[in-house]
Design a protein around this ligand. Structure first.
Ligand code: GLN
Length: 455
């Protein structure tokens, strides 16, 4: 299996992988073979997997898509990587992504954009574009990814694969290079909901090295895959179907909703009135946290160091100027601004208050005695994958494309994307559409059940 996928990776021109090392992979595969022969195998033993280049790995370089970490090799494995190694998976290599996971199109990677396997003139989505494209092109049966404001769900949607961002705190952030710590959450991208369940079984669990890791009993995320959907109440938020939603995406999503009705579910009109505010709120909070997290990349503690400099301050300045790309610099500037004295109350504190209200919107739909629905459904992305280069110089256009994924992240809720049809690309036709399924905290098993019944 490992050889099959390594050969495909070598023959591929998608730019999905940043670092592949055949010898390392084959050594892991041999160890897995020994476990299989010795009857010590679990469900993932010998299964090839690729890791987003934001999870640090001892044997493969970890760049986070940045020039800053071009030659960085971590002295330890991220918890997620450790967990998969313990489960016996075989690492195929490291996957391209937007620099420090900032982006929606994978065009912010220092190592160049990934191409969408459905249409190589299209973006794969971001920031986990390499993860989604690799799974879609069958270069890997499974991949890890991270979602801060949509980076698992949106690329999964645009590449026609399945991805789930679990409840915040379920997957350890230890060794996951930090972007916005109160939002960052790891999760899997794979072909099906069933595969995602098996992967979640391996990658969740308490980790004392992550201060926001949740202490919860281990659960089997595949336990309810085969439950009937009879009586399931699906909330359909009107704010997810307003102006700005492309007609082809709306048609595919509504088609999926009709299928769920046939499976016994009922559609309930609901409202998440603060949806629109999720963009300004997220683009204050995420850069604020990023500006702090990225201060460690100073050419001393971590990262690229400029060759010539006058003094210490000049060294910091030049190293960071050379090491970071445009979008990362933009976020550091915005983040430092909203956290600075005199602006903190007006921007950061205000954003935190609205974040709470956004979370309350979801709770009034999904929780309490007056709850209206069991899950929420809608589009993941307002359009299908756009053409490479189309929005590359327009950060705000990229931010606006996150409208349907940000609120779930701000609330810390689990959300997933499953393929539900195709829309029309501008050039070569067929581009995938994803359906978003959102649940209440710790309702991942239900989301996977709902997705599995549809798939
Ligand atoms: N597109 C969003 C951003 O640029 C989300 C990225 C993510 O989830 N890592 O911040």
């Amino acid at each position: 299996l490992a050889t099959l996928f390594l050969d495909r990776i070598e023959a591929s021109d998608l730019n999905a992988f940043l670092h592949v090392d055949r010898a390392l992979t084959l050594a892991q595969a041999q160890a897995a073979d020994a476990r299989l022969a010795g009857n010590e195998a679990g469900p993932l033993t010998g299964i090839p997997i690729a890791h987003k280049d934001i999870f640090v790995t001892r044997n493969w370089r970890t760049t986070a898509g940045s020039r800053m970490l071009q030659d960085y090799v971590s002295p330890f494995d991220a918890t997620v990587v450790e967990q998969f190694n313990a489960a016996g998976t075989v690492t195929l290599g490291k996957l391209n992504c937007d620099e420090f996971a900032m982006g929606s199109s994978n065009e912010n990677s220092f190592y160049g954009p990934v191409k969408n396997p459905w249409d190589k003139t299209a973006i794969p989505g971001g920031s986990s574009g390499g993860s989604a494209a690799a799974v879609a092109a069958r270069l890997a049966p499974a991949a890890t990814a991270t979602d801060t404001g949509g980076s698992i769900r949106q690329p999964a949607s645009l590449c026609g694969v399945t991805g789930i961002k679990p409840t915040y705190g379920s997957v350890s952030r230890y060794g996951m290079i930090a972007f916005a710590s109160s939002l960052d959450q790891g999760g899997p991208i794979a072909k099906t909901a069933e595969d995602c369940g098996l992967l979640l079984n391996a990658m969740t669990g308490f980790d004392e090295r992550d201060s926001t890791s949740l202490q919860r009993p281990k659960e089997d995320f595949t336990r309810s895959l085969n439950q009937s959907l009879q009586g399931l109440r699906i909330g359909v938020p009107k704010e997810f179907f307003g102006a700005g939603l492309a007609a082809d995406v709306e048609a595919a999503v509504r088609g999926a909703l009709a299928e769920f009705e046939k499976l016994g579910a009922t559609l309930v009109d609901i409202s998440l009135p603060k949806t629109e505010l999720s963009i300004p709120v997220y683009y204050v909070i995420a850069p604020a946290e990023a500006s702090s997290n990225l201060s460690r990349f100073d050419g001393v503690r971590y990262g690229h160091r400029a060759a010539d400099y006058k003094d210490l301050a000049d060294m910091y300045k030049k190293s960071r100027a050379e090491g970071f790309g445009e979008e990362v610099k933009r976020r550091i500037l915005v983040g430092s601004y909203v956290l600075s004295h005199g602006y903190y109350d007006a921007y950061y504190l205000q954003a935190q208050k609205i974040r709470r209200l956004i979370a309350q919107d979801f709770q009034s739909a999904l929780a309490g005695p007056d709850r209206q629905c069991d899950v929420i459904m809608g589009p993941v992305s307002p359009t299908v994958a756009w053409d490479l280069g189309d929005k590359a110089d327009d950060p705000v256009a990229n931010y606006l494309a996150d409208i349907f994924t940000l609120s779930t992240s701000l609330a810390g809720l689990p959300g997933m994307s499953i393929p539900c049809g195709f829309g029309q690309g501008e050039k070569n036709g067929k581009r995938p559409v994803g359906l978003q399924i959102i649940g209440n905290y710790f309702d991942e098993a239900r989301l996977l059940n709902v997705a599995h019944q549809f798939q």
